[in-house]
Design a binder for this molecule. Structure first.
Ligand code: PEP
Length: 253
């Protein structure tokens, strides 16, 4: 982590959080951040759509940012069950996660679709958190860097900037499993991602884009992961569902 990029500690609540539990969690995260004087990091929570607006109210007197977990590319129209960027912005979101591996797997999202979602998010004023990462089979085959290279080429818009884009490296096999790559492996992939972004977007932009690590980050491993040069925060699933754990991860920044 370097001083020139402000770390982002992001919680992906996935399909968890009925109103009472979700709002209590958001309140606790807000109180945690309010108690920090001039925090060096930024905090983001990404609850389910159903409680975005209510969460925004709970967080209104805090600096915790609100994000969604997906968006559609169209502004409006006949897309049953989908949600537009304008709707997310109206609900109070400033971020949206796109291309999470669970959506790539469950919903068949391709790099092209992820890129279009990121572009739509940016056009609507939201910062896209673009997720990439290899499966276990791909890692075992020694294809991690090839996979990541292809995903960056296909999923990151050519218009990406340090303000409108965050990239989350999430090895699929590390998500929700309690397993993580070694610190050296994480740093190797993050440095590679930054060099690919530099080729695509230019060195200045690549230097400013925050690269999050995601996959079983928790209070026990966050200190080491967040100390790596090219890790600028975390995208945290399970450990973001307990305010104490989420705060303990942020404390490692
Ligand atoms: C995620 O889903 O983005 C994630 C990183 O989950 P977990 O922290 O539970 O592995």
């Amino acid at each position: 982590m370097t001083a020139k990029r402000r770390p982002l500690i992001a919680g992906n609540w996935k399909m968890n959080g009925l109103q009472s539990d979700g709002l209590a969690l958001a309140y606790s995260v807000g109180e945690y951040l309010k108690a920090k004087e001039d925090p060096s990091f930024e905090m983001l929570v990404c609850p389910p759509f159903t409680i975005l607006t209510a969460t925004n109210v709970v967080l209104s007197d805090t600096d915790v940012k609100l994000g969604a977990q997906n968006c559609h590319t169209a502004e409006k129209g006949a897309h049953t069950g989908d949600i537009s960027v304008a709707m997310l912005a109206e609900a109070g979101c400033s971020y949206v996660i796109v291309g999470h591996s669970e959506r790539r797997t469950d919903c068949g999202e391709t790099d092209e679709m992820v890129c279009a979602k990121a572009e739509a998010a940016n056009a609507g004023g939201l910062t896209a958190v673009i997720c990439i990462g290899e499966t276990e089979a791909e890692r075992d085959d020694g294809k991690t860097l090839d996979v990541v290279k292809t995903q960056i080429a296909g999923s990151v818009p050519g218009t990406a900037t340090a303000e409108n884009t965050v990239v989350a490296y999430e090895p699929v096999w590390a998500i929700g499993t309690g397993r993580t790559p070694t610190n050296d492996e994480v740093q190797e992939v993050h440095a590679f991602i930054r060099s690919e972004l530099a080729d695509k977007l230019g060195g200045d932009i690549a230097d400013g884009i925050r690269l999050l690590y995601g996959g079983s980050m928790n209070p026990g491993n966050a200190n080491d992961l967040l100390a790596l040069d090219d890790v600028d925060g975390g995208l945290i699933g399970g450990a973001s569902l307990k305010a104490a754990d989420f705060g303990a991860v942020a404390d490692c920044c």
